[in-house]
Design a protein around this ligand. Sequence first.
Ligand code: PLP
Length: 357
Amino acid sequence: MRPARALIDLDALRSNYRLARELGGGKAVAVIKADAYGHGAVRCARALQAEADAFGVACIEEALELRAAGITGPILLLEGFFDASELPLIVQHDLWFAVGAPWQVEAVAAFQTTATLNVWLKLDSGMHRLGLWPDEFRAAHATLSALAHVGPMVLMTHMARADELDSPRTREQADVFAATIDGLAGQTSLCNSPALLGWPDVRSDWVRPGLMLYGINPMPAHTALTGRLRPVMSMRSKIFAVRDIAVGEPVGYGARFVAQRPTRVGVVALGYADGYPQFAPNGTPVRIDDQPGIVIGRVSMDMLTVDLTHLPQAGIGSTVTLWGDAPRIEALAPLCGVSAYQLPCGVKRVVREYVDV
Ligand SMILES: *Cc1c(COP(=O)(O)O)cnc(C)c1O
């Protein structure tokens, strides 16, 4: 069997969730959209089920997958519904949902139901993607509050630049939010992972950690809390071929690596079709049987090559860790010109193995 594996440490996931909740000081929506950023939404939800205050997903399809798997707790549709025809399903499956566009407000107002809807009313405080403008927000709050089928709302907004610790924008967005909700009833929800990790004075009743649940700090330069985040995914495979090449000989497509000394090359069963960055440069760190190693040559679709010259004990069957405790995704992603979010989200084909201690 092909040895490519993504090991998923569910205890680390729980530990990161607790850290997020501790930093937030209130309740936390565990954001497990996009198949839990590539970690497997159902397994992650089950692991967190006993303690998560709610789960966050991108769409009703993701929510229904969780319900079908027996997840009974609150699930928030972070982008609300894409069509008013989803509202009966939202009621049927008891989902919470964001409302962040005027047409969604109208659809909720026009919807007839005996159920009580759990609405997270979203303000555009400066990101300019989703959310109502401040005046629209206050009007929508009045409209929806007056409806018998809308329960107490949560007032939310989303930060655009919380990963930039020297930008005034997060503070400005928080100020716009505070001014807009002044006097309005409802709990609040502000923080994604970068806001939680980088902005300790921006707080709300509910936080919405995503990336940090998986043990990844979205701000690579911001190391203060990285040590408390435990990487959840360890991407691994094995060496299944080895060869020695002479000085001047190339390795792989495009001869991007050329040996400057006699070089022992290991071939690893994992490539860009598994989610490893195709343009990882020569010298990108890996671990080989827990020793430091590097990628040499261009990453292929199903394979990549590593330098074994300094590791005479390593060979066929050696385990290569592409990311995990080392190298960490925070360090790897910038070397490869991708974001830390992209790497786990892009994982496919590899077998996910869950470790739950
Ligand atoms: C994805 C998402 C989050 C989580 O963001 P991270 O940066 O991964 O923590 C929080 N809130 C909303 C509305 C989102 O869409």
